[in-house]
Each structure stands twice: as C-alpha cells, then as structure tokens.
Design a protein around this ligand. Sequence first.
Ligand code: GDP
Length: 439
Amino acid sequence: MLDNLTARLDKAMKSLKGEGKITEVNVATTIKEIRRALVDADVDYKVAKTVTDEIKEEAYGRDVLIAVKPGELFTKIVYDKLTALMGGEKKEMNLSGNPSIILVAGLNGAGKTTFTAKLANHLKKQNRQVLLAACDIYRPAAIEQLQTLAGQIDVEVYAEPENKNPIQIAENAVKYGKENGKKVIIIDTAGRLAIDESLMKEIEEIKRVLNPTETLFVVDAMTGQDAVTTAKIFNDRINYDGVVLTKLDGDSRGGAALSIRRVVDKPIKFIGTSEKMDGIDAFHPDRMAQRILGMGDVLSLVDRMQQAYDEDEARRINKKIRKNQFDFNDFISQIEQIKKMGNIKDLVGMLPGIGSKLKDFQIDDDAFRPIEAIINSMTDHEKANPDVLDGSRRRRLAAGSGRTIQEVNNLIKQFGEMRKMMRKMNQFQGAGGSKKLAK
Ligand code: GDP
C-alpha cells in the first residue's frame, strides 16, 4: 500500500537522518523533495504546497538545525502534519437509530457493491444484525453480485428484481428490516459510468426520502486526482458523511487519501485493501501517516488478528502442541487462519520499516499453494502421523502435488524442526515455566 510514496519520502529524509551536519540547505532540499514525492503520488498540487509550507515553518520554528536528533524531530513534524492533513482523529460512523440506515453511493466500478458486502461483514463481526438492500437496478447482474457476496458472509439481501423504482425498493427494505429485527440496513445504490444529472437526482431523492443515519461515498483510490474531484461533486450535491477509499492495495499512489479531507472536508471512514470480504479497514489518520512514513501499522495488524482469531481453534491447537501431537492437519488449519487475516503482503507491510522494502516483491496467498498441494496429497493417516512419510510415500506426494521431491523433503524437514521446537517449549514449560499457554 502506497509503497512508492513511502520509498520516496524515506529517500527524501535520509540526509537528515544521517550522521552528517545538518544545514539549512539540507532541510530546504528535503522539503522540496517531500513536495515532489507528494505531487508524484497524485496529491493535489495546492494541498502538497500548503502542507510542505507548514512543515517548513514548523521545522524552522522548532529549530530542527540545532535539535539533538534532527532526523527524529523532523520525522515527527512530518508525521503530525500528514496526520492532520488526513483529518487527525478517527471518525466513527453514526450507528444510532433502530435500525440505522447506511446509504452507499458512488460511480460504477468504484467498488460500491463490494464495499457494501464488506461493511456488512465488518458489522456482523460486531454482532449486529445486518440487512443488505439491492437498489442498483441499472447495472446488469448487480443484484446477483450482491447476493453472491452476501452468501459468502451469510448476510441476508433484500431485493425486488422486477421492481424498477429504487426508492420504493429501499423503503420496502427498511420496512422488511424493521419487521425482522435487523439493526443495520445497508443500501447499495446504482452508479453511472460518469457523473450525470439523473444519477445525482436519484441519489438526492433516495437520501431525502430515507433520511439515512449515515451516507457514505465510495471512490476508487487508483483514480487519483479524479477521485478527489468526484468526491467534491458528490458532496456538493448530497452532503455525505464520510468517504470510503477503495483499492488502496495494488498500484494506488495514494494521493486521494492525502488530499480528500483538505479539499472536500469530509472524513475518510474506511479503506478497501483487497477484493476479498475481509479487505476493509477503519481509517485512522495517524496509523496511515505511520504507514506512509514506513513506521508500520502494528495496531491495524492487531485489529486484523483479533478479527480473524478463532479462539476455540487456538485452544485446540494449543492442546495438541502440549501433547506433542501437532500434525499436518493442524498445520493446514494454521495456514487457513493466517490467510483469513488477509493479503500477506499487506500484512507484512504493516510491520515497521518493511513496507517500502517489499515494494517489488510479490507475496500473496499463492505463496502457500505448494505447501497446501503437498499436504492435500497426503492420506488422513499420513497427515495425522507425519513420521510414516518414508521415501516412497514422499515420491508419491511429489507426483500427486506436482511439486519436486526437494520441495516435499524441505516441507517435511521444516515441519519436523517445528515439532522439535514445540517439544522443547513444552519441556521448558513443564519444568516450572509459564503455564499461560495451557489455559
Ligand atoms: P461497483 O460498480 O461500484 O459496485 O463496483 P464493484 O463492487 O463491482 O467493484 C468493481 C471491481 O473492483 C470488482 O472487480 C471488485 O472486486 C474490485 N474491488 C472493489 N474493492 C476493491 C479493493 O478494495 N481492492 C481491490 N483490489 N479491488 C477491489
């Protein structure tokens, strides 16, 4: 996410972080480089200029030149400015009302339908009863798309495929939701390929009639400055409450994340980080600033872990580890848990200092594929009893999984080492060590 920008800023600030003496020229060059990096990341030019002017003023005001650790002080100044630029505090959605009604609007292809389902999934994890309303009556297959996504996350969809009146459908959905005890109703509206008057009128009207508790505008971060322009036009018409910035994974340069708040004066509330149902993060300006500056985002990582964490499964595996019974079934289950946390590259990118270095590497869920193929070629008996895997069985696994015999050997060797380590850990704990894991 925003790896290019991170790398550029890191480079720009290097001279201030080194051992050499810091001069006024250094600071001025660094600030100029930061401005260029921001503009290249598609940050609105005026916004980039204002923010770097502010950084300059602050840097001289706080006398970076004579600070004990000028690099650190300077980074802190940039961090504070970027956080403020993105709105400072995290802004929550308004979920008052019974039910609360969330209206989702945006252009076609922005990721509206995907976000609608992701948000339902996010709220469902907080134990809220959610209903989705399919009001995109124009795009062919939009209803089916929402139904398919909702099926994956087990959330109900209200649809009327024959009805061509989105306002009526939305009203009926709210009525149905009330009757069926739903606490949040999320309304997926129709978009258009580009902004047009009939679209604006329709959304204005839906908003007026439904009086939603929260209106969210969804926009594709990859469209850079266009995203900001569209956000402004929509806001002028429907005065929404928050922005959802999708596709911040991939090649997005990130400019929209940095400019929208200043230009539109509405907070970003969520970001989309993959096509999958768990590719959604609440937007925290401070955490995003940390990520952009390559400081990682350990807090978001912990959020993801908590969401994906299956306590019963963790307890079960713990028990098996303690009894020295960890086998290939458990190993596969662990891989599943990791995959549930989302795109691996994205996760590793949340670790401090790693984001920008990973820019050119491709790590994704596919990285697990060879391992899964080999384990899936094992019989149940082999998975539960890894010690029986002799030469001929290994050759069979290689043939069955389409992997080389070396890969099979490596996996089994690494697995053996993992088990050895677990055994050692158990001995250590048995010898009066912590019993914490044994809960
Ligand atoms: P809509 O027309 O606004 O409803 O857009 P869709 O929800 O159909 O999304 C358009 C495309 O963008 C689909 O292929 C989605 O899978 C993809 N998409 C949506 N959100 C994200 C995201 O956060 N990251 C990535 N990489 N793709 C996304």
